[in-house]
Each structure stands twice: as structure tokens, then as C-alpha cells.
Design a protein around this ligand. Structure first.
Ligand SMILES: *[C@@H]1O[C@H](CO)[C@@H](O)[C@H](O)[C@H]1NC(C)=O
Ligand SMILES: *[C@@H]1O[C@H](CO)[C@@H](O)[C@H](O)[C@H]1NC(C)=O
Ligand SMILES: *[C@@H]1O[C@H](CO)[C@@H](O)[C@H](O)[C@H]1NC(C)=O
Ligand SMILES: *[C@@H]1O[C@H](CO)[C@@H](O)[C@H](O)[C@H]1NC(C)=O
Ligand SMILES: *[C@@H]1O[C@H](CO)[C@@H](O)[C@H](O)[C@H]1NC(C)=O
Ligand SMILES: *[C@@H]1O[C@H](CO)[C@@H](O)[C@H](O)[C@H]1NC(C)=O
Ligand SMILES: *[C@@H]1O[C@H](CO)[C@@H](O)[C@H](O)[C@H]1NC(C)=O
Length: 626
């Protein structure tokens, strides 16, 4: 532990990447909804050991850092109520209090979007006996809280109503499938069925669990706690059955593969396993919250339909996806590019986002993704705040028809209804090593659109290849190269040496002479506090000939969601500034490249209104207020 201590002089320095990751891992395990559920005594004592090590480690780190603000001796920053209150989001959904995680069963029904979510009403961390919270919205932004929808009250789900989905049948009826954890001393994950108690209630307040529950148990050879999160079902015309996928893992004979089982059913009561497995990727571990859906196609034969398979990787807690071809008769899915197979290639988001799910919105003919964004501060801060986690802004999911190698994930257009008071600038040239302040009324709730172009002759003059640039390990916004970094600073204190969160592009010449573009969020200077995890996160992003480098950033207090190139890459950060809050923060453009000027072609900064929970947004909502 000694060797990992932070040097004392580095007041705003990034935590060492490996140290930060260790802390994150320990905390995520502690919060993990499945960790404690999954294993018996040995694993449980391992967690205890990890937590003991973690507290020793954090304590040691603080002592070595010698931070003058670190007065309380318990290893934490002295957060004030003012700072903690600032962290709540203004236009992202979060419950009033306590712990939330996975979005569950999103569905559009009789004029309302329904969002259910994993919820622990008794505390700010995951626990046994998770329930389903429930909110509804007309616009995916203003959410009305309804009574908890699903409680652990039967032997087959008494240890938790875990994640699941809703399927809309062609006649409009809804079927909910979810994972229950049983009462037995050896807990088992089983799949269960529930239906609306009153289909005429558009708010779907009451659900009836089916007397036949549980309706599906894990296949032979699979561990009891490795079988969860059924997808929405789809109808297969070939044999007139509904199909659903459930993720699992294969740990036999030294293997550690993620796998996906397909089942078919006519009535959601009796299920038959489709022989074989749909897909398997060695080394990726348990596949949680699997999802499967078609993209592309359009109405001409040159635009082939591709199938997205997505899984939340329990080992590393990121949401990966892959594009491929589905052969229903053979029950196989094959990636278009094996180097971008599931779990080793593309992610929905390169920052903090997990356990996502999608649903098809028949009202607006689009597919929408939701994922939850956990905390990266300490468990102690969560206790002080009284809440943990935020839902991401719902994003539309489409195939990028220009590249056909990636999806486009983009905030739903409803977000634009919250915009007001835009500040627009264009044609600003940023010399190397320069910063430009954008004057704003407030900078805690923003929707920023910005596009940049590097000076073409300067780019042409850079002919040395620079390989291996990596958001996570190349030094962030303070590590200068010929053609980057440049972009935006948000939550930035007036003094440029103060707190700031950078969202930037970094361009480099590849060995083949082409250009390679990375898009990153740099959290390393986002907070003076040391009891938060800060990293630099991001990835490379495709840029086609002639395209400007464009980004969109949704800033909402402690959540910052960035999108590059129309949604080819997305990066979500949680940041917890201590000074750059309320009116003390601002937004800047910056160029830290050494070899090229950058023109900010167009920058529009929209102030964003809040979307408070339980605000009545349409008069006819009143009709349903109970
Ligand atoms: C829709 O179809 C299902 C399955 O056939 C049936 O159980 C349900 O009653 C139907 N709902 C309506 C409203 O007809
Ligand atoms: C679990 O519930 C079943 C059904 O009620 C019951 O038969 C069984 O004894 C219970 N098991 C435990 C360990 O409580
Ligand atoms: C079919 O293609 C045409 C031309 O690209 C487009 O205008 C139309 O919206 C498409 N229709 C559907 C149903 O996708
Ligand atoms: C068909 O789709 C392809 C791929 O999206 C597109 O390039 C092409 O222009 C389309 N053709 C017609 C006739 O719409
Ligand atoms: C970037 O660095 C991180 C952390 O060191 C590593 O896990 C990741 O594989 C690297 N990515 C690439 C594309 O090299
Ligand atoms: C630009 O790089 C310098 C040198 O590393 C660093 O001090 C400065 O903070 C960087 N600027 C930004 C906006 O990150
Ligand atoms: C927009 O400007 C008006 C008038 O200056 C102000 O009252 C309002 O609060 C502003 N809205 C936001 C979101 O800042």
C-alpha cells in the first residue's frame, strides 16, 4: 500500500490511475446488487477483507497526502451541505432518496412512458431484497413517482426482485418477466411472470404475480446465481413462438465465458430452451442485463439489417455491444468484425454507465436506451446526501449508416424542450495554449453543442506518427501533443488552476499516415476532494473525410454526459467539485495542442430548465392523480 501513496505536493493531481481503479472496484463491489447475493461464506469474507484493506488504504492515502482540508480524521473531505445539495441533478431522473440502480421494464403504454428501476428504499447502497420503483412520464423528462411496483413478498423473490423487462403483445397486453431470488439457504435466481392487475389503468399501478411462478429455472450445469435479467421477448413467425434471451456464464474447466441462452414460449408459462447457445465470448465473465435487437435496414436491399447484442459485464461493470448477423434457424449470432466482438470492442458509454436496457417506442417509432449512472464519491458521502445514483438521459439508438461499424447514441429530442437562453459564438480561433471564457448566467445545467476544426496546414505539417494515445493512460488535458488536446472545460473555477472537468478531442497521426481521433472526459482535476474517484475516460471515435469535430455535452450538476460525432461515442462522468459550484463555475474553450490552431466553428450553450419530479406536465395527467 505504501508505494501507492499520493505525493504530498499534488493538490489537484489526478489520483494515480491504478489507485483510483482499486478504490472504484472496492466500492462497486460493496454497492453491487449481486455481489453479496452471488456467493456464500468464502466470497463474503473476501468482501469484508477487501473493505478492511480499502479503509486502511484510503486512510493511509489521506495521511500521506497531508491535505489541510482533511480534518475529520475519518479519511474524508469535509463536505458541506451546500456542496452536497449542489450534486443533485436538475433534469435527470433520480428518486428523492435512497439507492437506485438498473432501469427495468421500460415501456410505452396508453400515453405514458413507464420506467421501473431497482430500488432499495431502506438505504443508500445495494442490499438483499431489492424492489422495483416506478415512475411515469409523458416526455421522458418529467417523471411522476408512483407506489413501488414490485416487492419481494413471495418465496421465489423474497431475497430480491431483480431486473427484468416488459413485452407488449400484439393485442396491447403487457407481460412482465423478472428475476426473483428464492428463499432457500442456497439462493437461486429464477424467472417469474407478472401482469397488470388492471389493464385499463394507464399508470399500471398494480401488478399481479402469476400463481405458476417461478416459470423458468436455469439450465443444468449453470450456477444457481448465474441466470438473470430476461430480455423483452420478440415474436418469431417461423414457429409462432415468443423468444427471450437470458445471460449467464460458463466457468467450467478453467473457462470464464459469457454466454446467452435463448428460450421460446407460446404462453410465457412454459418455456423450451432453443438448442445451443446464441453466443459465447471467452474471458468476459457473467453477462448481465443482456439485450438483443435489430438496427439499420431501412427500405432498400443495400442496407442490411444488423443485430445488436449487448451485455453488462459483471466483472468490470461496463456495457458493451457488438454488431452482427442473426441466424434464427441455427440459433447463432456472429459479429461482423471479430475484433469488435461482445465484451472486447465497443461500449455504449466509455465512462460511468451500467445495466442499461432498451425499448421500442411505438409512439415515435424509435428505440430508446436507458442506463443508470452510479456514484464515484465515497459511501460516507452517499449517506450524508441520503441518495445514490442517477438515470442517464434516455438516448435514441440507431445504426450509423455512414460507417455501419457503430451505433449512434443520442439524447432523445425531448431534451431540447428544456433549452432556453442560448449563448452562441462562432468562428473563434484558439491559438496553441489558449483558453476562451464563455460568459453565462449559470453553468450548472447546460446543453452545449460545439464543433471544431484543426488548422489544415498545421495538420498537414505534422507527419510524425504518434501511436498508442489512450484517454485513460496518456495524461488527460494537461498532456500536450501536436494536434490536441482541445475542447471544453465545464464546472471550471475562475482561476484556471482550479477545479475543472475537460471534455476534449486528441488527434494523432497513425502509422499509415491517416488521422486517429480520441474523445475523452478528464475528471482528474474535477474536485479538490480526495475521497472521490477521478479518471480520464473515453475512446477513439470515427471521423470521416470533411467532417468537423463535433461534441455535445449535457451538464447537470454532478453528471456530465458527452457525445462525439453525432453519438458515435458517449462518455459519462460523475464529478463532485468543492469550489466550482453554483455561480463560482464557468465554461471555457481550450486548445492545448502544441502544433495547431483550432477554430471553434460554432458553439451554442443552452441553459437548461429543471424537470422536477411530480410536476404535472399536461392537464389530463390530473385525471389520474390518485
Ligand atoms: C392478448 O393476448 C393474450 C395472449 O393470447 C391474452 O392472454 C390476452 O387476454 C389478450 N388481451 C386482450 C386485451 O385481448
Ligand atoms: C421456501 O419456500 C417454499 C415454498 O413456500 C417452502 O416449501 C420452503 O420450505 C422454503 N424454504 C426455506 C429454506 O425457507
Ligand atoms: C424509404 O426510403 C425513402 C428514400 O430513402 C425514405 O424517404 C422513406 O422514408 C423510407 N421509408 C421507410 C418506411 O423507411
Ligand atoms: C439504400 O441504402 C444505402 C445504405 O444506407 C444508401 O447508401 C443508398 O443511397 C440507398 N438507396 C436508395 C435508392 O435509397
Ligand atoms: C487504455 O488504457 C487502459 C488503462 O491502462 C487499458 O485498460 C485499455 O486497454 C487501453 N486501451 C487501448 C485501446 O489500448
Ligand atoms: C495544458 O497543458 C498544461 C501543461 O501540461 C497544463 O498546465 C494546463 O493545465 C493544460 N490546460 C488545460 C486546459 O488542461
Ligand atoms: C433565461 O433568461 C431569463 C431572463 O433573463 C431568466 O429569467 C431565466 O431564468 C433564464 N433561464 C435560465 C434557464 O437560465
Amino acid at each position: 500500500m505504501e508505494s501507492r501513496a499520493i505525493p504530498s505536493g499534488a493538490v489537484y493531481a489526478a489520483l494515480l490511475p491504478f489507485a483510483a481503479d482499486d478504490v472504484a472496484q472496492v466500492k462497486e463491489d460493496h454497492h453491487s446488487r449481486r455481489w453479496r447475493a452471488c456467493f456464500v461464506l468464502m466470497a463474503a469474507s473476501a468482501v469484508v477483507a477487501l473493505l478492511v484493506v480499502a479503509s486502511v488504504f484510503v486512510g493511509g492515502r489521506m495521511a500521506t497526502a497531508g491535505d489541510a482540508n482533511d480534518e475529520d480524521g475519518a479519511g474524508g473531505f469535509p463536505w458541506s451541505n451546500e456542496m452536497l445539495q449542489w450534486q443533485r441533478a436538475g433534469y435527470h431522473f433520480q428518486p428523492e432518496r435512497n439507492f437506485m440502480s438498473d432501469p427495468n421494464g421500460p415501456v410505452y403504454y396508453r400515453g405514458y412512458y413507464h420506467l421501473f428501476y431497482q430500488y432499495n428504499p431502506k438505504g443508500v447502497a445495494w442490499d438483499d431484497g431489492m424492489e422495483w420503483g416506478h415512475v411515469v412520464s409523458r416526455d421522458l423528462l418529467h417523471w411522476r413517482t408512483l407506489p413501488l411496483a414490485m416487492l419481494p413478498d413471495h418465496w421465489y423473490d423474497i431475497k430480491g426482485v431483480l431486473s427484468g423487462s416488459i413485452t407488449a403483445l400484439s393485442n396491447g397486453s403487457l407481460i412482465m418477466m423478472y428475476t426473483g431470488v428464492t428463499n432457500a439457504t442456497k439462493m437461486v435466481e429464477v424467472q417469474c411472470l407478472a401482469v397488470p392487475a388492471d389493464p385499463n389503468d394507464p399508470l399500471l399501478r398494480d401488478w399481479t404475480k402469476h400463481p405458476a411462478n417461478p416459470v423458468l429455472s436455469h439450465p443444468v450445469g449453470i450456477k444457481d446465481m448465474d441466470f438473470r435479467d430476461p430480455t423483452s421477448a420478440w415474436f418469431d413467425e417461423s414457429d409462432a413462438t415468443w423468444r427471450t434471451l437470458i445471460g449467464s456464464k460458463d466457468d467450467h474447466q478453467g473457462s470464464h465465458a459469457g454466454i446467452a441462452f435463448m428460450f421460446k414460449t407460446k404462453n410465457f408459462l412454459s418455456f423450451e430452451r432453443v438448442p445451443g447457445i446464441l453466443h459465447r465470448v471467452e474471458g468476459t465473465g457473467m453477462w448481465e442485463c443482456i439485450d438483443f435487437y435489430p438496427v439499420g435496414g431501412g427500405n432498400n436491399s443495400s442496407s442490411e439489417v444488423l443485430y445488436v447484442i449487448k451485455a453488462s459485464m459483471d466483472d468490470e461493470r461496463h456495457d458493451y455491444y457488438s454488431l452482427g448477423r442473426y441466424d434464427a434457424a441455427a440459433n447463432t449470432w456472429t459479429p461482423v468484425d471479430t475484433e469488435l466482438d461482445l465484451g472486447i470492442g465497443l461500449r455504449y458509454d466509455w465512462g460511468k454507465l451500467y445495466a442499461s436496457t432498451t425499448f421500442y417506442d411505438p409512439a415515435n417509432k424509435r428505440r430508446i436506451m436507458l442506463g443508470y449512472v452510479g456514484e464515484t464519491d465515497s459511501a460516507r458521502s452517499d449517506l450524508a446526501k441520503g441518495w445514490a445514483s442517477v438515470q442517464s438521459i434516455p438516448r435514441t439508438v440507431t445504426l450509423d449508416e455512414k460507417t455501419r461499424t457503430n451505433l449512434l447514441l443520442w439524447p432523445v429530442e425531448e431534451v431540447e424542450t428544456l433549452r432556453s437562453n442560448a449563448t452562441e459564438i462562432s468562428g473563434i480561433t484558439l491559438d496553441t495554449s489558449s483558453v476562451f471564457h464563455i460568459p453565462l448566467r449559470q453553468s450548472s445545467q447546460l446543453d452545449i453543442e460545439a464543433s471544431f476544426r484543426l488548422d489544415a496546414s498545421a495538420v498537414a505539417a505534422v507527419n510524425e506518427a504518434e501511436v498508442g494515445y489512450n484517454c485513460s493512460s496518456s495524461g488527460g488535458a494537461a498532456a500536450r501533443g501536436a494536434l490536441g488536446p482541445f475542447g471544453l472545460l465545464v464546472h471550471a473555477a475562475g482561476d484556471r488552476r482550479g477545479e475543472q472537468t475537460a471534455i476534449y478531442f486528441y488527434v494523432s497521426r497513425a502509422l499509415d499516415g491517416g488521422l486517429r481521433t480520441s474523445f475523452c472526459n478528464d475528471e482528474s482535476r474535477s474536485s479538490r476532494a480526495r475521497d472521490v474517484v477521478t479518471r480520464v475516460v473515453g475512446s477513439t471515435v470515427p471521423v470521416l473525410d470533411g467532417e468537423a469535430l463535433s461534441m455535445r455535452v449535457l451538464v447537470d450538476h454532478s453528471i456530465v454526459q458527452s457525445f462525439a460525432m453525432g453519438g458515435r461515442s458517449a462518455v459519462t462522468s460523475r464529478v463532485y467539485p468543492t469550489e466550482a459550484i453554483y455561480t463560482a463555475a464557468g465554461v471555457y474553450l481550450f486548445n492545448n495542442a502544441t502544433g495547431a490552431g483550432v477554430t471553434a466553428e460554432k458553439v451554442v450553450v443552452h441553459q437548461m430548465e429543471s424537470s422536477p419530479n411530480n410536476e404535472v406536465i399536461l392537464a389530463d395527467d390530473l385525471a389520474y392523480t390518485s
